[in-house]
Ligand binder design. Structure first.
Ligand code: ATP
Length: 400
């Protein structure tokens, strides 16, 4: 029957022979220790989907840390353990890292807080996971090797191509799952189940309670998967942006987002907020790192400089060269200011004709005046008034 489905041959096809042997060895050891040991999470899902995945997550119904230590005693390598969480990472002699955890249940004190962990059995461990497709286990013990354990109909949801949470409070417990749902939905081209969809909409305001770090991390994962813009549009449909920032993501914003080319999720938040008047205030909560603070400060300062379209590129450079080039470019994108965009474009293409060593070769003594001189020269270059190195050298000579 389906509940007794065994994936031995699939595993054999999906992983290198060394890993297959290692998994069998772990199963043998589990029998010797009289504990149940399982593969769990994404790798089980990906075995069924026949997608590559070498993140080996193992759950032990028993003491996970002790089991990791036994593995390393028998097979070499080393173990790093976290007693508080009952978890360990075993790095084997090939440098392969396996995460080994003790079966656990988590209780949430208050919504969106860090869980309290206590030992439990497999079903309880699976129940705390995000979606049915991620909540399957595959037993490793010798006589059950390869058996799928699927309490929550994960395989059925794979067939239905849907992302489904395990219980109605799931998004309240951990609102970042809303963004995870979007990410898996876009990755596999699965729909959210109707109930999951409506519970995500109901819980969208809970994302306010998630720390900036966790929130931005989830967006970063969307960036890494190449689905950030689709993800932001999806989150718009779930009401996330209006609930968090009172922002409506229109086509203009979408077009800006498509042109936002960075690995830093904070830029996407700034782009979402830019058209609304209080973008800086609203995004302050998300400005954590020094780099992000500085981005906001500079954008604000740049916005204050009235750019008269009559200014030449060289004149713009006099105003904007004090700012970080990427920040000016980002502002140009956000504001749609053509002359600023043109300036940034030139900035990227025009290389300085002279450097400090050229000035020294001309017989000048190195001094702080060098940078002023080179800056002036560069402004002239930007306005196409000086285009060759010889002209540049002549220009310096006439100044002397
Ligand atoms: P990926 O293919 O992106 O690595 P994954 O399913 O392996 O996806 P991870 O983020 O590595 O995802 O998490 C491993 C497992 O831990 C998941 O499969 C899921 O069961 C569980 N998990 C991760 N994050 C959460 C969460 N926020 N809430 C509940 N369970 C989670």
């Amino acid at each position: 029957s389906e509940t007794e489905e065994n994936l031995i041959s699939t595993i054999q096809e999906q992983v290198p022979v060394t890993i297959f042997k290692l998994l069998r060895r772990i199963g043998d050891l589990a029998d010797e220790q009289k504990v149940n040991v399982y593969l769990i999470g994404g790798i089980v899902r990906d075995f069924i989907l026949k997608r590559p995945n070498e993140d080996i997550d193992i759950v032990v119904e028993g003491d996970g840390i002790a089991f990791a230590q036994l593995l390393s005693a028998q097979l070499g390598g080393n173990v790093k353990s976290h007693e508080k969480f009952g978890t360990a990472t075993w790095t084997n002699l090939d440098g392969l890292k396996l995460d080994i955890v003790t079966c656990r249940t988590e209780y949430y004190d208050s919504p969106a807080s860090l869980p309290i962990v206590r030992p439990s059995n497999l079903k309880e461990d699976l129940r705390r996971r995000d979606f049915t497709i991620n909540a399957m286990a595959l037993q490793l013990n010798k006589s059950y090797f390869g058996t799928i354990i699927d309490f929550f109909q994960g395989r059925e949801d794979i067939k239905k191509q849907q992302i489904r949470i395990l219980h109605t409070l799931s998004f309240i417990e951990d609102p970042t799952r809303i963004i995870r749902a979007v990410r898996f939905s876009l990755r596999f081209k699965y729909e959210l189940s109707p109930q999951t969809w409506s519970l995500a909409v109901d819980a969208n305001s809970m994302l306010r309670q998630v720390s900036a770090t966790r929130f931005l991390h989830e967006l970063e994962l969307l960036i890494k998967e190449g689905t950030i813009v689709a993800g932001i549009q999806f989150l718009e449909q779930l009401g996330v942006w209006s609930s968090l920032f009172d922002v409506k993501v229109n086509n203009e914003i979408i077009s800006t987002l498509y042109q936002t080319d960075t690995e830093d999720p904070f830029h996407y938040i700034v782009a979402l907020l830019f058209p609304s008047k209080n973008w800086r205030k609203a995004s302050l909560r998300y400005a954590l790192s020094a780099k992000q603070q500085s981005l906001l400060k500079q954008l604000e300062a740049i916005a204050k400089i009235e750019t008269n379209s009559d200014l030449s590129v060289g004149e713009l450079h006099k105003l904007f060269s004090v700012f970080n080039k990427e920040n000016v470019a980002f502002y140009a994108l956000l504001s749609g200011n053509r002359s600023l965009q043109n300036y940034v474009n030139k900035l990227n293409h025009i290389k300085p004709l002279l450097t400090g060593s050229d000035l020294i070769a001309l017989g000048l003594d190195p001094s702080p005046k060098f940078s002023e001189l080179l800056h002036q020269l560069y402004c002239l270059q930007m306005d196409d008034q000086i285009t060759t190195k010889d002209d540049a050298l002549d220009w310096v000579k006439t100044l002397l």
